[in-house]
Design a protein around this ligand. Structure first.
Ligand code: NAP
Length: 247
């Protein structure tokens, strides 16, 4: 019997670490990337790129590629693809599992301003603030549109919009270290850190740095994703997948 084909919805560091253990466990993973990053890090095994054409397109792909289960390892803020994947899995009768790191939690010494979405994060910044914005390139425009702000925006690839005077764009890929994050806060005289509540260790250092420098963090809460069987680790997910697929 050929190995069962498992679709991994990727685009995260967690997804990268999923393919090899699945291969080791006797599966055939196909990692799907949205295709937004020009030179992404690639996982082991088969990789495909680009959207499926909505929920119906994904359901068709599942059928034509003989996919036996979907593992959604997308970013906690990628809500649409998770909705489509959940719907397509239900329509085709295959299991939908999600690998999802728990959100970060504020500790006593933290000064978090929790907001529901990016626009509320923009609005939470007082005039004259010097924010360090770490929410990626796609949603940076409303921060740049605030003419009363100057700051630093960090992203993996260049923004699609022009960078206003007074702003610095740093292109860098996680992981980040606490010492260099503290240095960044000091160098740019940062008054606020702006972050999505992504969770995980790779980008957590900015929160330790903010605590160290007593800088408030504008923290954007996660969007709603469909109810699903959630796994925080690959080690927990793989045996559960095996049980779901065993006859
Ligand atoms: P999204 O809003 O949930 O999805 C938008 C559309 O992009 C989907 O409808 C789908 O197109 C396509 N898509 C998304 N992920 C895909 C995947 N893994 N494989 C194939 N198609 C995919 O997603 P997003 O927030 O734009 O994020 C895009 C990708 O970047 C995701 O893979 C995510 O894991 C990664 N990422 C996102 C963030 C973030 O903050 N949002 C941060 C880091 C990484 P069709 O409808 O045509 O199928």
């Amino acid at each position: 019997m050929p190995p069962e084909r498992i679709l991994i919805l990727g685009g995260t560091g967690d997804a990268l670490g999923l393919a090899q253990p699945l291969i080791n466990a006797g599966f055939h993973p196909v990692t799907s990337l949205a295709g937004v990053t020009v030179s992404p890090h690639l996982p082991a095994g088969e990789v495909r790129r680009g959207g499926f054409g909505g929920e119906a397109g994904l359901a068709q792909y599942i059928g034509s590629e003989n996919i036996r289960a979907i593992i959604d390892a997308t970013h906690p803020f990628a809500a649409q693809i998770s909705r489509h994947a959940h719907g397509a899995a239900q329509a085709t009768g295959i299991p939908y599992l999600r690998l999802e790191r728990p959100p970060w939690l504020a500790e006593a010494a933290d000064r978090w301003i929790e907001v529901a979405n990016i626009l509320k994060a923009v609005a939470a910044l007082p005039g004259g603030a010097r924010p360090f914005v770490t929410i990626g390139r796609k949603e940076i425009a409303p921060f740049f549109a605030r003419t009363d702000l100057e700051g630093v925006a960090r992203m993996i690839e260049a923004p699609g919009v022009s960078v206003p005077a007074g702003w610095t764009v740093i292109q860098a890929r996680p992981p980040f270290q606490v010492e260099s994050e503290i240095q960044l806060l000091d160098t740019y005289r940062v008054t606020h850190v702006v972050s999505k509540n992504s969770g995980g260790e790779l980008t957590r250092a900015k929160l330790f740095a903010a605590r160290e420098r007593n800088v408030p963090v504008v923290m954007v809460a996660r969007p709603h994703k469909p109810r699903a069987t959630l796994f925080a680790t690959v080690e927990a997910l793989i045996p559960a997948l095996g049980r779901m697929l065993s006859p």
